[in-house]
Design a protein. Structure first.
Length: 74
């Protein structure tokens, strides 16, 4: 089963390895995006608290994360 749902703070432990994999992928691709501290665990927690963070769940496992922000990202 595959579905998208709002992320919960309890998902952070599953989200952070995904962020680190993306950071490494971007580095290997020659991109400077996400090569600093953003997004950090605190950033992810803020997205979740603001209710703009979502996870894609595949076979009951968090497989990806996104923040759907309308307007300016602050």
């Amino acid at each position: 089963m595959i579905y998208l749902r709002k992320a919960e703070l309890s998902d952070v432990w599953a989200i952070m390895p995904i962020i680190e994999q993306a950071r490494q992928f971007l580095k290997e691709a020659g991109s400077n995006q996400w090569q600093g501290t953003y997004p950090s665990k605190v950033d992810i927690e803020k997205f979740i608290s603001r209710e703009v963070g979502y996870v894609l769940v595949v076979d009951n496992e968090v497989s990806s994360f996104c923040a759907l922000i309308t307007g300016e990202d602050v």
